[in-house]
Design a protein around this ligand. Structure first.
Ligand code: GLY
Ligand code: MN
Ligand code: MN
Length: 438
């Protein structure tokens, strides 16, 4: 993503702002891990989307006065002594010359500059209640301005949540964003292929996770989009299992849900495959149901289809499959209507994907599932989970958790699967795993 892409994001946001308005977004603080050890800094997505700026201790202000649009960045000034320890800062000069800020100020000047920024705007966009440290001073300042109303000052009369405007822009991806997402997908596909090839019975889940991370790094990517799930056997029935601390057993399946983040954009892939490279008959029967469900769901991804169409397609295939295997009994229509599949398939078939793995954007508009549009990106990820001890289910099916997840872009004609080079059918997986790495 070039800095020009972020300028386009700002331009799109400015177009949605009221004529005389101001938007304020603080960067998230650097999170402490323990004592004086911090987590690697990761910018909050809304802030990054509008700035491309990834340092902490920053605030961005976007101001629209009729046709005049300006943006002001408050950030950490250059400081040789600190930079000796933590590395180079961007500083005020580059914030203007490279990032294109209309004005740049040291973060320490925030309180002093705030009154003049607020004056002249009728509307303020700010996420109240989001825990931003600047909220109390901002509200106090608004109060101050109100108390001075005899001076004929113009200041914001209404405060709006930022999310509805900004997230509606974020839900449709630009060409540049799709470019970054394709790369995140490619890196992740390669890592899943690598993990399938090196997986062996007796390996630790954490060891296999290490292979995924190793592959990301080898491809020049050190950031994951979320904590990787590597779940052998029954562990795969825990949807967000991230302990990854058991040994992988011969005869079990292993589920890997892992995605890289590239230039701030996420991939999110799940594959489930046999630890020893060959599916058992029972595993194969359940796997084929999930695969068919996923294929049916992906066929629903095209412009004009409503958000819930893929889920409904997946639910139908899964319920029918469970009925055919005797895990469910009754009439298909009733089983679907009464959600009898839910003990074995309890999540949705997907979510928006973008900067955040569970990306922003509404799923319903005006009380109805929204129609899909070109440029939207979603995951398609049906699953089946039959934990050990499931009542009324024969032992044959127990201890198996399967999910298959791909990342899909809605295109003019239908869809593009960003992650489809990851082996997926039983034959593709078994063939791929049979190719020795030595
Ligand atoms: N990796 C989280 C999810 O699939 O939603
Ligand atoms: Mn997902
Ligand atoms: Mn996932």
């Amino acid at each position: 993503m070039s800095l020009k892409s972020f300028a386009r994001h700002r331009a799109a946001f400015f177009r949605q702002m009221e004529k005389r308005s101001i938007a304020i977004l603080p960067a998230v603080p650097h999170a402490v891990r323990n004592r004086d050890v911090e987590y690697p800094y990761h910018p909050e997505s809304d802030f990054f989307y509008l700035t491309g700026f990834s340092e902490p201790n920053a605030i961005v202000v976007l101001k629209r006065e009729g046709q005049r649009r300006s943006w002001v960045l408050f950030c950490q000034p250059r400081d040789a002594a600190t930079e000796q320890w933590v590395g180079e800062r961007i500083g005020l000069k580059r914030a203007k010359s490279e990032w294109g800020a209309t004005e740049a100020w040291a973060i320490e000047q925030w309180d002093e500059k705030l009154p003049e920024l607020l004056t002249g705007a009728d509307h303020l966009y700010f996420n109240l209640g989001a825990g931003h440290a600047i909220e109390s001073t901002l509200l106090a300042q608004l109060h101050q301005l109100r108390m001075r109303n005899r001076s004929a000052l113009c200041y914001p009369q209404s405060v709006h949540t930022l999310d509805p405007l900004l997230h509606e822009i974020r839900v449709r991806k630009s060409v540049d964003e799709l470019h970054a997402m394709r790369r995140a997908a490619e890196i992740s596909v390669e890592a899943h292929r690598h993990a399938m090839r090196v997986c062996q019975p007796g390996m630790g889940e954490g060891q296999l996770e290490g292979e995924v991370l190793y592959s990301f790094s080898q491809q020049g990517c050190r950031t994951v989009a979320y904590d990787s799930i590597v779940a052998g056997g029954n562990n795969a029935c825990t949807l967000h299992y991230i302990r990854n601390s058991d040994l992988l057993k011969d005869g079990d399946l292993v589920l890997i849900d892992a995605g890289a983040e590239w230039q701030g954009y996420a991939a999110d892939i799940t594959r489930t495959f046999p630890v020893n490279g060959r599916f058992s008959a029972a595993q194969k029967q359940l796997y084929e149901i999930v695969l068919k469900a996923q294929q049916a769901a992906i066929r629903q991804v095209r412009p004009g289809r409503r958000w819930d169409a893929p889920h409904r397609a997946a639910v139908r295939v899964i319920t029918k499959g469970l009925l055919e295997l005797g895990i469910l009994k009754g009439e298909l229509k009733t089983l679907i209507k009464e959600e009898h599949y839910k003990p074995y398939y309890m999540h949705q078939t997907g979510h928006w994907l973008g900067m955040d793995v569970h990306d922003v954007g509404r799923y319903k508009v005006g009380g109805k599932w929204r129609p899909l549009e070109p440029g939207m990106v979603l995951t398609v990820e049906p699953g089946l989970y039959i934990p050990l001890g499931s009542k009324g289910v024969t032992k044959r099916w127990q201890g198996i958790g399967i999910r298959i997840e791909d990342d899909v872009v809605v295109t003019q004609e239908g869809c593009e699967i960003l992650t489809d080079k990851t082996p997926k059918t039983v034959a593709e997986i078994e063939q791929w795993m049979a190719l020795s790495t030595d």
